[in-house]
Design a protein around this ligand. Structure first.
Ligand code: LMR
Length: 395
């Protein structure tokens, strides 16, 4: 049966995990997969999560099925966290999912059921798995301009012009904050313009919110999705709780559908649950329970916010330090964008060949498109990282 099967190309991001593990050099630096690390290079369990685990252990009295939509209380807490206190809950359908990727997957399946002829417009560039997820759901994908590699910023006019080619009813995927892989985000005024265009062209925004809290703050990072919820009749949202609760391997996320009426939201929810049932039957519960316990307890919630704030501050400080050291070593201000970018990632402009040299000659691991996970750097590694990048960038 397998004689015609061709080898799968390695995943550009996840293949770095094994490559890094297999490197015996003690000074190796892992800036690959998007996982937050502290200044000692660890990804510790958050204290709020530990406490939630203790409470869960003491109070959980069954492991019986919850159903394809997971835990409604988890979804309700995430709706509030993402959409704020005035979330239009009557028009909102939700389902707990295995991570943000699970949310993307079942929402893609829902689009294929609702509007199979729709194209999904993806930013150029975007998270590598976006293309695969939508194509695998049978949907056509198109790209719109997003990143200007010369200015290392969003090219808003080109983006809006590109989206003018989208047909009414097409879906536009937008990173709600902390763009992966570029790190370049839209300003609040820019989001207004995107919102106006989406409304005028009759497009459906699909917001991928994987890093809420890693950019400027929990509320600040939810600006776009809240704006859309206020102004637009329809929207899809994929949320990850894996990153901001540091529960990566618990695979915890949430899919939201905002419909123009409550009745349509109800139908969309039924279809969404069918998509979940077909794909994985039901989501795992553990991570969702932890998040629910934290978000429903004001003291625990405050502790979690503080811990997340510490992570964000570390990334912002590292960005500043990197920009400063790059300016020293490169004798230019060309890396100042690192200060303006937000979230774990930035594209630093290295070519695939340079990334390969960084790996071979300097034991530095990053994605071959030049994406760096800033949160993977330890403070003491900034100098050696910068001098290695500057060395391989010399012609
Ligand atoms: C990343 O972009 O590194 C993360 O979202 C991990 C992944 O699944 O690719």
């Amino acid at each position: 049966m397998f004689e015609l099967l061709q080898p799968s190309p390695p995943d550009k991001i996840l293949s770095l995990i094994d490559l890094f593990r297999g490197d015996p050099r003690p000074h190796k630096i892992d800036l690959g997969v998007g996982v937050y690390r502290d200044s000692a290079g660890r990804t510790p369990v958050m204290r709020a999560v530990r406490e939630a685990e203790r409470r869960l252990y003491e109070t959980e009295d069954t492991k019986a099925y919850l159903g394809p939509g997971g835990d409604p209380a988890y979804c309700g807490s995430i709706a509030k966290l993402v959409l704020g206190d005035d979330a239009p809950v009557d028009r909102l359908a939700s389902a707990q999912t295995p991570g943000g990727a699970g949310a993307l997957r079942i929402l893609a399946a829902l689009i294929a059921r609702a509007r199979p002829q729709a194209s999904v417009w993806l930013p150029d560039p975007t998270w590598v798995n976006h293309h695969a997820i939508f194509s695998d759901a049978g949907l056509a994908t198109r790209v719109y301009p997003y990143f200007d590699p010369v200015g290392s910023c969003v090219q808003l006019e080109a983006m809006l012009a590109g989206l003018h080619d989208a047909a009414p009813g097409d879906v536009v995927l937008l990173h709600g904050c902390c763009h992966n892989p570029t790190g370049a985000s839209l300003a609040e005024d820019d989001w207004e313009r995107v919102c106006e265009l989406v409304l005028a062209r009759g497009l459906v925004p699909f917001v991928d919110l994987a890093y809420q809290g890693f950019g400027d703050g929990l509320d600040e990072d939810a600006h776009a999705v809240r704006l859309f919820a206020r102004r637009l009749p329809e929207m899809l949202v994929a949320v990850s709780s894996c990153k901001n609760f540091s529960i990566y391997r618990e695979r915890t996320g949430c899919a939201f559908v905002l419909a123009d009426t409550a009745a349509r939201a109800g139908i969309a929810r039924g279809q969404l649950l069918t998509c979940a049932r077909i794909a994985y039957s039901m989501p795992p519960d553990h991570g969702g329970s932890l998040v629910r316990i934290i978000l429903q307890d004001p003291a625990l919630s405050a502790q979690w916010r503080e811990e997340l704030g510490t992570m964000r501050d570390r990334i912002v400080a590292l960005r500043s330090e990197l920009a400063r050291v790059f300016a020293e070593h490169s004798n230019s201000n060309r890396y100042d964008f690192l200060r303006r970018h937000r979230g774990m990632f930035s594209l630093i402009g290295t070519t695939a060949a340079q990334v390969e040299r960084l790996r071979r000659e300097h034991a530095i691991y990053m994605v071959d498109d030049g994406r760096v996970n800033i949160a993977g750097l330890q403070e003491g590694q900034v100098e050696s990282f910068v001098s290695a990048v500057v060395a391989v960038s010399r012609v």
